[in-house]
Design a protein around this ligand. Structure first.
Ligand code: RFL
Length: 379
């Protein structure tokens, strides 16, 4: 198989890139390990920042999001001193999130890519990568295959293989915190995203769709989902979200429970020879500030522009690709670390007192609120 831009992985990064290149009439081939059904049902992110919404709408990929998604501009913090809300639609840059489940976005992106004449190979696992020839070896039900492009885009996420073909240091951080990520088949319980700070650990609530709500519970590192039967999940959510004081949760079946280790990983460079990484393959970020899918979409746009220029004879944007992306990645990392520190009870009593003071400052100080809002929704 020969193509112009060969893309490893059909997540948000690979599919946005593929769609933008097809819109320029550039030949692409996407090689994806999972089946179409699997990628279209993988529930992960749900909060798209204004930059992501802009990329999608500007390139004709936003119809589903505009139709079924909704705007979200308020978040709430609960702790030992009660609750306060931040209306971030009126703070900072005054921008909002669009709530739209990642699997719905992926479904839209696959359909639009095929409508644009795109080629995609589902059920094909990449086993080997050559950055010099932009070639991948893959295995699918028919056996072994080889695909080559003029360029190779590594969009195969944090468990993929392409990033191992970039011979550069990767900076890693395990934040020492794990979350039980739960999907419940019930509408959201509160109007706002809610972050609860509690001595037992963090708990979070965020909308996903009218029928499904995401909850997070901090759990000890190394914990297992099997140790969290439904009753224990609801009891912990009630305690930490202080539902006795603030109102009951809308319960429903627990649809999914999985452990997410909060960790980060950033490649020193996102490129090597003719291989270019985007999304989680380039940098992994903890979900504490809901930035991962947004970084993936923005990098896909930068890379699509750079590939298009290179194919027209100007290689400079491609040469500058990592330098263009890295400052934004690091600002997102810094903010997500700030969120981790704010939300989790670790350290001694002195550090707990500092965290409480930071919450007070966020509640009372307009400059602090503006800082939060700008970083929470933007970057
Ligand atoms: P993806 O979505 O992981 O897609 C990579 C694709 O590559 C395929 N693949 C391979 N294909 C062929 N050969 C191989 N050897 C392959 N290895 C892998 C995979 O099957 C897959 O289809 O990466 P991409 O495109 O970079 O997108 C990144 C986002 O998915 C990720 O950052 C977000 O989901 C992170 N995230 C969140 N981000 C947000 O912006 N807002 C959120 O609210 C948010 N919530 C979350 C999240 C991630 C979570 N998990 C599961 C870690 C909540 C959770 C629970």
């Amino acid at each position: 198989d020969h193509t112009t831009v060969l893309i490893a992985g059909a997540g948000p990064a690979g599919l946005v890139l593929a769609n933008l290149l097809r819109a320029q009439g550039i030949d692409t081939l996407v090689v994806e390990r999972a089946t179409r059904e699997q990628v279209q049902t993988r529930a992960r992110a749900g909060f798209l920042g204004p930059n992501s919404a802009r990329v999608l709408t500007e390139h004709g990929l936003g119809a589903g999001m505009l139709h079924k998604g909704w705007s979200h501009g308020v978040c709430a913090f609960r702790g030992e001193d009660g609750e306060f809300e931040l209306d971030y639609s009126r703070l900072g840059t005054g921008e909002v999130h669009t709530v739209y489940p990642q699997q719905d976005l992926v479904t839209d992106l696959v359909a639009e890519y095929l409508a644009r004449g795109g080629d995609i190979r589902f059920g094909a696992t990449i086993t080997g990568v050559d950055p010099h020839t932009a070639t991948v070896r893959y295995r699918d039900e028919r056996g072994e295959g080889v695909a080559t492009g003029r360029f190779l885009a590594g969009c195969d996420g944090s468990n993929g293989v392409t990033r191992h073909a970039v011979p550069a240091r990767r900076l890693r951080q395990d934040h020492g915190v794990s979350w039980l990520a739960v999907l419940v088949g019930a509408p959201q319980s509160m109007a706002a995203v809610t972050y609860a700070v509690h001595d037992d650990g963090f708990a979070g609530h965020m909308a996903r769709s009218p029928e499904v709500t995401r909850y997070y519970l901090q759990v000890p590192p190394g914990d297992e989902p099997g140790r969290w039967p439904d009753d224990r999940i609801w009891a912990a959510l009630d305690d930490r979200l202080r539902t006795g004081a603030f109102g009951q949760l809308k319960r429903g079946p627990v649809l999914e429970r999985r452990i997410v280790r909060l960790r980060s990983e950033v490649g020193e460079t996102f490129q090597h020879d003719r291989l270019f990484l985007a999304g989680d393959a380039a940098s992994l970020i903890s979900p504490s500030a809901a930035k991962g899918a947004n970084l993936a979409i923005l990098e896909a746009e930068v890379l699509a522009t750079a590939f298009t220029a290179a194919l027209r004879g100007d290689e400079r944007p491609l040469a500058a690709y990592s330098r263009t992306c890295l400052p934004r990645v690091w600002r997102a990392q810094e903010f997500s670390r700030w969120m981790i520190d704010l939300l989790h009870p670790h350290g001694d009593d002195f550090q707990r007192a500092l965290r409480r003071a930071r919450l007070h400052s966020l509640r009372d100080c307009r400059a602090h609120q503006n800082f939060f809002a700008e970083h929470y929704v933007g970057i």
